[in-house]
Write a protein that binds this ligand. Structure first.
Ligand code: CP
Ligand code: NVA
Length: 308
C-alpha cells in the first residue's frame, strides 16, 4: 500500500519513534562529511521527488531537495503559477500524471483538502510540506531536537504561546502519539483545532488551554512559538494586539524551568512573537531545529518508501 505522510498519525507512534531514531543515527553517521556529499549508503538512488509549492518556503524546500540528494535521489520544484495547475488542471489529474513520472510528491498548499485530494489520486507517496491545517514534517525535526538535547518525550511539559495555528495542531497530534503534554497559551478567538486536541487527549496527552501566558509557561520544559500571522492570513491589527501578551520575552522565559528550551519553526518575526534576546539566547535551539529539518526529512522519505 502506498504510504502517504499527510499527518503524524499516518505513521503512528511506533513509526514516528523509528523515524526519529533513523534521523539521529544518520545525522551522527554524517559527522565529518563535507556538505554536498551523499550518505555512505544511497538508499534512495534513482528516486525523484516532485515538490509543489503554492506558498513560499526556505527550510522545507532546501531540506527536501538536499536531503534526497544526500540519499542518492533528486528532486524537481514546481509552483502553481508556472504549471498547468495555475491554469485550472485539476489536482486529481495532476496527481495521476506526476505519479507516472515521479517517485513521490510533496505539496505545500493553502488548503488541506487539496493535499487529501492529491493523495486520493496519487499512486506514489504524498508528503505534507505544510497546509493551513498542519505541518507534520516540522514536528519531526522539533522532536528530534528535543531528544538530542536530553528531553525525553513522555511526560514532557510543552508550552505553546501565540496563535493556534498549523504548527500547533501537529505539535498537539505528536503529544497524543508520544505521550507528552501541551499547555496552549492563546488569546480568545485564536484557539487551535478541536479535533487534534480531542485525539491527543484520547491518546493520553494532557492538553490544557490558558488565557494567561505566564500561567501557560510556568514550570514548562519547552517553550514554543510561531508567527502570529501565518502565510495566507490577512495582516490584522486586532490580532496583533490580542497576541501581544503572549510574546516570548525574557520575563516570560523566566517563568519556565531553569533548563527550559525555546523552539520556533522559523521564519521568526523578531520583536513580535519572540524577542531578539530570547531567540539569540542560550535557551534557544532554533538553529539545531532548522538543521534537523534535513535529517528528519530524509527519514520521513525513507519511511514513505517503506525503508523504515
Ligand atoms: N519552518 C518552515 O517550514 O520553514 P519554511 O517556510 O522556510 O519552509
Ligand atoms: N505557521 C506558519 C509556519 C511557517 C513555516 C505559516 O503557516 O506561515
Amino acid at each position: 500500500m502506498t504510504r502517504h505522510f499527510l499527518s503524524l498519525s499516518d505513521a503512528g507512534g511506533d513509526a514516528l519513534a523509528a523515524i526519529l531514531g533513523d534521523a539521529m543515527d544518520r545525522k551522527a553517521a554524517r559527522r565529518g562529511y563535507p556538505k554536498g556529499r551523499h550518505d555512505a549508503d544511497v538508499p534512495l538512488a534513482g528516486h525523484v521527488l516532485a515538490m509543489v509549492f503554492e506558498k513560499n518556503s526556505t527550510r522545507t524546500r532546501v531540506s527536501f531537495d538536499i536531503g534526497i540528494r544526500q540519499l542518492g535521489g533528486s528532486s524537481i520544484v514546481l509552483d502553481a503559477g508556472t504549471t498547468q495547475l495555475g491554469r485550472g488542471e485539476t489536482i486529481a489529474d495532476t496527481a495521476r500524471v506526476l505519479s507516472r513520472m515521479a517517485d513521490a510528491i510533496m505539496l505545500r498548499t493553502d488548503d488541506h483538502a487539496k493535499l487529501e485530494e492529491l493523495s486520493h489520486h496519487a499512486t506514489v507517496p504524498v508528503i505534507n510540506g505544510l497546509t493551513d491545517l498542519s505541518h507534520p514534517c516540522q514536528i519531526v525535526a522539533d522532536l528530534q531536537t528535543l531528544l538530542e538535547h536530553g528531553k525525553a518525550l513522555p511526560g514532557l511539559e510543552v508550552a505553546w504561546l501565540g496563535d493556534g495555528n498549523n504548527v500547533l495542531n501537529s505539535f498537539v497530534e505528536a503529544a497524543g502519539l508520544m505521550k507528552f503534554n501541551v499547555r496552549i497559551g492563546v488569546p480568545e478567538g485564536y484557539e487551535s483545532d478541536a479535533g487534534f486536541i480531542a485525539a491527543a487527549q484520547a491518546g493520553g496527552a494532557n492538553i490544557t488551554l490558558h488565557r494567561n501566558a505566564a500561567e501557560a509557561v510556568r514550570g514548562a520544559d519547552v517553550v514554543v512559538t510561531d508567527t502570529w500571522i501565518s502565510m495566507g492570513q490577512a495582516h490584522a491589527d486586532a490580532k496583533l494586539a490580542a497576541m501581544t501578551p503572549f510574546q516570548v520575552n525574557a520575563a516570560l522565559m523566566a517563568e519556565a524551568k531553569h533548563d527550559a528550551v525555546l523552539l520556533h519553526c522559523l521564519p521568526a518575526h523578531r520583536g513580535e512573537e519572540v524577542t531578539d534576546d530570547v531567540i539569540d539566547g542560550p535557551q534557544s535551539l532554533v538553529w539545531d531545529e532548522a538543521e534537523n529539518r534535513i535529517h528528519a526529512q530524509k527519514s520521513i522519505l525513507r519511511w514513505a518508501f517503506g525503508q523504515i
